[in-house]
Ligand binder design. Structure first.
Ligand code: FAD
Length: 472
């Protein structure tokens, strides 16, 4: 991760003015230095607790811009951060005193509704892609917050509302165009640089800068049966046990997330509930709306709900449901782990630690895995953990620095209490947790395979500001 690991990296030089002037001349995008307008806005990432100051920001508009920026970064021996949506939890898409290659201006989307494919540039956000594909009743299976970057999400695997029916985001990936550490442009697909294609589907940004992605599209909606039902925390234990039994017989079209949080001050939430700890079941049915209504009906009897927001709605609306809970600039800390199932012991931990939530922004999301995710072989892609039963995402968050340490500790304590049940971790939900944790995320055999790939595509570890696979 942020540590230096190569001779090239160990001897940073002062950024030469002439080199910067040269980049300004050739880039069709923008070059922004600390003295330029917009520097402060563009250096910031989604997580407000990350406050880094790059020496230079190259806002690229195309592949040639990316190559020119990379060349400068290497010649000037700068640490190089690559940013698409800027939603890395630990802020790996920015850096201090280095070069930030920002791809957000590369936001082109092409949809071929007949072939059911989409070509997407690297800077596109999930909501932007959904808006275009949903006009045709199609979608790329991706994540659950519309302002997340598609490329970083894809490179880690991509879990979301459609995963149980249609698989991970990487399972819909057809090809990716990549600028390698040496500045070459290569395409990776099943029949072209297949080793790289394998590594890009879960191995993160270790192998080069992805500029374009091509996806197969799946049919969806545009109306879906989706929403959330809330119960007071006092009912959590019985709701969780009944939930566990109920979902065991549900079809793959149904994807559920359990959420624990303080009830938010929204118009739909009764005043006496606001600020109280609740447990909610949030779901999306990726199929016929009436069928979804029928499948979801028993869910309402898992307990005595205090609020029921399920309805037929556009998928694009459901996709924005969590957006206000994860606003840009707040302070975020996440801990994550996979577990095999919701045993009574796991449920006890969930109930106990759910009661202790004390920030309006802290929450947990417990992701139901399985279905199509588990039907792809573990070795077919670099993504690891296809057999996970559930994925925990424990968020200790605050609007500002105020109280952040306490929430971070809450998340750590929750995660530690689950330690006896950990089976793995999704690499896109890691903070900066050290090399050993990255190795654990992939398991020793896959990690070794990824290292061999890294030695082939990036032996000098130019791309090391990520969940790093060290070449040596
Ligand atoms: P960035 O912060 O831009 O980059 C993240 C990492 O990827 C960095 O190391 C960066 O260098 C590398 N990278 C980015 N772009 C490129 C590129 N073009 N080429 C090479 N390397 C690159 N994950 C899910 O699977 N499902 C979810 O539903 C989900 N929801 C989320 C909601 C929120 C609010 C947040 C903050 C995260 C969520 N995540 C989810 C995790 C998410 O997948 C990762 O944070 C992901 O890295 C975000 O992608 P990005 O493009 O915004 O990343």
């Amino acid at each position: 991760m942020g540590t230096t690991r190569t001779a090239e990296a160990e001897a940073p030089r002062r950024l030469e003015e002439t080199a910067v002037a040269g980049l300004r001349r050739v880039l069709t995008g923008e070059v922004i230095g600390p003295a330029d307008d917009g520097y402060d806005a563009h250096r910031r990432v989604w997580n407000g607790s990350i406050d880094r100051h790059p020496a230079l920001i190259a806002r690229c508009r195309g592949v040639d811009d990316v190559r020119a920026a990379l060349r400068l970064g290497r010649e000037q021996r700068l640490p190089i951060a690559v940013r698409s949506g800027g939603h890395s939890f630990p802020g790996l898409s920015t850096c201090d005193d280095g070069l930030l290659i920002d791809l957000r201006l590369m936001d082109g989307i092409r949809v071929d509704p007949d072939a059911r494919t989409s070509g997407v540039q690297a800077g596109v956000l999930l909501g932007e892609l959904d808006a275009v594909t949903q006009r045709h009743g199609l979608a790329v299976p991706a994540g659950i917050v519309s302002h997340t970057g598609l490329t970083g999400l894809t490179l880690g695997g991509g879990i979301g509302w459609l995963q149980r029916k249609h698989g991970l985001t990487v399972d819909s990936l057809v090809s990716a165009d990549v600028v390698t550490a040496g500045g070459d442009v290569v395409r990776a697909a099943e029949d072209e640089n297949a080793d790289l294609f394998w590594g890009l589907r879960g191995g993160g940004g270790n192998f080069g800068i992805v500029t374009d992605l091509r996806f197969r599209l799946v049919p969806l909606g545009p109306q879906v049966m989706a929403g959330a039902t809330f119960w007071p925390i006092a009912q959590a234990a019985s709701v969780l046990r009944r939930y566990r039994d109920w979902i065991a017989g549900c079809p793959d079209e149904l994807m559920t997330l359990l959420v624990q949080r303080l009830a938010p001050p929204l118009p739909a939430v009764p005043a006496e509930l606001v600020g109280q700890p609740v447990i909610a079941l949030v779901a999306c049915y990726a199929g016929d709306v009436d069928e979804g209504e029928r499948v979801l009906r028993p869910m309402r009897h898992l307990g005595a709900p205090v609020l029921d927001l399920f309805a037929a709605k556009p998928f694009t609306v459901h996709q924005q449901m969590f957006d206000p809970s994860f606003r840009h600039g707040c302070w975020y800390h996440v801990r994550s782990c996979d577990v095999a199932g919701l045993s009574d012991d796991v449920i006890d931990v969930v109930v106990e630690h759910g009661r202790r939530i004390s920030s309006p922004l802290s929450s947990i999301a417990l992701w139901q895995m399985g279905g199509a995710v588990a039907r792809v072989g573990e070795d077919e892609t670099a993504f690891t953990g296809r057999d996970a039963g559930f994925t925990f995402n424990i968020n200790g968050n605050t609007p500002t620095a105020d109280g952040f340490e306490e929430q971070r500790q809450w998340a750590r304590d929750y995660w530690s209490a689950l330690a006896p049940f950990h089976t793995g971790v999704y690499v896109n939900f890691l903070m900066e947790e050290g090399d050993e944790r990255v190795r654990q995320a992939y398991g020793p055999a896959k990690h070794e395979r990824l290292r061999a790939l890294k030695r082939r595509y990036d032996p000098a570890n130019v791309f090391r500001l990520n969940q790093n696979i060290p070449p040596d």
